[in-house]
Structure formats: structure tokens, C-alpha cells
Design a protein around this ligand. Structure first.
Ligand SMILES: [Zn+2]
Length: 220
């Protein structure tokens, strides 16, 4: 008996159902990929990129890690970003986090998680940057939600300030960067109001997003 045979059976059924709807689907996709979107999301099993936006294989180039971080010296994320922008020429880069994020929750906890602490450090940095606002909040759920949202905006800014994206904008390659949050409680995506289409927009739109966030948090 094949190990994990139910997954192979699921796969056969899935491939057959796609083929039934569109007999040349896999043949076409095997020639090339031409995705319009690059998705940078959390590894959480409850936030699968393609399913939650109703897109098929071939539609989204995906990078996922714990808490959807965009880190300058992360070879993995930077390689995906470079390939997505320079080779695939994606039109949109979406940084999508989610409420109830285990990575964000762990960063708020004083308990050590070993090697993962090094990764969570980047979320703690986001917390430090916005500590004036976060420390004024009382409710732990509200603090968690706010840090999830602020982390996404900060990571989207990291995409915008990345050399790969800056160079693309400098040669007038059209790329829009988006900051979205997903609710695992109701399956709904929300835009966090930080959508950037050029280098000159980054700082003013970031300031605007943070100011309006502090005045009227989107999770309330
Ligand atoms: Zn998460």
C-alpha cells in the first residue's frame, strides 16, 4: 500500500475534475507560467493563497513563511521576489497576513521558542516601532489584532523599499504593492489601505496608512 494513499487518491480526483472542466488546462500550463500576482503570505495551513481568492494553479506565484515577513537577508524571500518581478513580471505583489497569527502571538509572548526566536525578532521590531500606540491598548485580543495589521503594513513597506522593486519602478515596470489581512473566523479578506504604485508614493502613503490606522483601527 502506498504511504498517504488518500492524498494520491485526492490528487487523481482533483486532476480529473480540472481536466473535465478544461481538457487542455494542464497542457497549456505545462508550456509556461504567467501569473499576474505574487503572494507573500503566512505559512499557516488555514490561509491557502489560491483558494481564498478563488484562483487556479498558474495564477499566483507564492511565497509563504511564518508571519509573512519580508526580510532583506532572507535568500528565499528575496529570490522569490526577484524571480517574480524580473522574470515573471507580476503586476501585483500582495502581502497578506491574518488575524490569529501564531507567529505574531509568539512574538508577544515572553516564552522562548528556541531558533524561532530569531525569526520572531522581526515582529518584535514592528512592536517596538509602534509601541506608543500598542502599549496604550488594554485588551490582549486588540493588541494581537493591531500587531497583525501593523506587521503586514511594515512588510508591505519592506517590499516597496526593496531594491528589486525600486529598480522595477525606476524602469517604469508597473507593479502595485498591496497590504491585506485575512480573517480565519469568517474567511473574509480586507484591504489595509496601503496600496503603492510608485517609489514616490511609499513614504506619504505609509504615513497616511499609519495615521489613519491610529485614528481608526481597521479591526474595530
Ligand atoms: Zn500566521
Amino acid at each position: 500500500m502506498r504511504i498517504l494513499s488518500h492524498l494520491f487518491e485526492n490528487n487523481k480526483r482533483w486532476a480529473a475534475s480540472i481536466h473535465e472542466k478544461d481538457p487542455t488546462f494542464f497542457e497549456r500550463l505545462s508550456q509556461q507560467q504567467n501569473p499576474e500576482y505574487l503572494w507573500i503570505g503566512c505559512s499557516d495551513s488555514r490561509v491557502p493563497a489560491n483558494q481564498i481568492v478563488g484562483l487556479l494553479p498558474g495564477d499566483i506565484f507564492v511565497h509563504r513563511n511564518v508571519a509573512n515577513l519580508v526580510v532583506y537577508d532572507d535568500l528565499n524571500c528575496q529570490s522569490v521576489l526577484q524571480y517574480g518581478v524580473e522574470a515573471l513580471k507580476v503586476r501585483h505583489i500582495i502581502v497578506c497576513g491574518h488575524y490569529g497569527c501564531g507567529g505574531v502571538q509568539a512574538a508577544l509572548s515572553p516564552t522562548s521558542l528556541g531558533r524561532l526566536d530569531n525569526w520572531l525578532r522581526y515582529i518584535k521590531d514592528v512592536h517596538s516601532l509602534h509601541r506608543g500606540y500598542l502599549n496604550a491598548l488594554q485588551d490582549p485580543v486588540e493588541i494581537h489584532n493591531a500587531l497583525c495589521e501593523l506587521n503586514i503594513i511594515e512588510q508591505a513597506r519592506n517590499v516597496c523599499q526593496n531594491k528589486i522593486v525600486e529598480d522595477a519602478w525606476a524602469r517604469e515596470q508597473a507593479i502595485d504593492v498591496h497590504a491585506w489581512i485575512y480573517s480565519i473566523q469568517d474567511g473574509i479578506l480586507r484591504d489595509l489601505g496601503f496600496t503603492v504604485t510608485s517609489r514616490s508614493e511609499v513614504q506619504p502613503l505609509y504615513t497616511q496608512a499609519i495615521e489613519s490606522f491610529i485614528k481608526k483601527p481597521p479591526h474595530r
